[in-house]
Design a protein around this ligand. Sequence first.
Ligand code: F3S
Length: 63
Amino acid sequence: MQIVVDLNRCQGYAQCAFLAPQVFELHGEEALMFTPAVPDDQRERVRRAAAACPVQAIVVGER
Ligand code: F3S
């Protein structure tokens, strides 16, 4: 699983960091760090995080 976050769209809502803290980390209000290649055991969390983002900034791709 791969993820892309549209950082122009991201508004720092932090739902992703709350739901999948091993993949998303927020520094300050809008500096989002993330792991593009998602470990298998984090897939479900990342799916939930993508669905929870209020501005749909997270795009999940399967590989
Ligand atoms: Fe940004 Fe959405 Fe996460 S706005 S901080 S990608 S929940």
